[in-house]
Design a protein around this ligand. Structure first.
Ligand code: HEC
Length: 139
């Protein structure tokens, strides 16, 4: 009787782990994808760690924003929607031509096409990168 209970417990324990593996690796994949997208599109100016010290930042006026203090400067709350809008840039003043920070909504649109599905892909990409920024905020 006792042995069977142990066996059942082990089985339960093992299946709990098995159930967990896809969830954990999915989270890791999406964090990696978010970081990869950030490094690809943003790090030249904002720096690998987001502190505004990318390789071309030295030459830029105004300097690229330190992206690790967005929460700090907003009473400790990461302004997710605002950051998304500001990266996209199509709904902000930048849409009318601030050459310093690219209008990513337009660039991603050119990558993905202008269809409804394309709009979803643009938002998805911006969301992914915003998630990465959220993860690098200074306390
Ligand atoms: C060509 C250089 C360059 C690249 C590449 C770049 N940025 Fe910027 N970014 C800037 C500059 C310069 C500013 C500051 C603009 C200003 O102060 O007027 C800025 C500002 C910002 C801001 C703050 C905007 C605000 O409203 O205060 C955010 C957020 C941001 N960038 C995110 C990103 C993300 C995410 C990427 C990658 C998808 C990216 N940037 C790529 C140059 C760049």
């Amino acid at each position: 009787m006792k042995r069977e209970a142990t066996y059942r417990f082990r089985l339960l324990f093992a299946s709990a782990w098995l159930a967990l593996i896809p969830a954990v690796s999915f989270a890791a994949d999406s964090a990696n994808a978010a970081k990869a997208a950030y490094l690809q599109y943003c790090s030249a100016c904002h720096g690998e760690g987001g502190k505004g010290d990318g390789v071309v930042s030295q030459l830029m006026r105004p300097k690229p924003t330190d992206l690790t203090v967005l929460a700090k400067e907003n009473n400790g709350e990461f302004p997710f929607a605002k950051v998304m809008a500001s990266i996209d840039g199509r709904q902000t003043l930048r849409a009318h031509g601030d050459p310093n920070m690219p209008v990513w909504g337009e660039i991603f649109k050119a990558d993905t096409g202008a269809s409804m599905a394309g709009e979803g892909a643009i938002r998805g990409k911006v969301l992914l990168i915003t998630d990465h920024l959220k993860s690098i905020q200074q306390k």
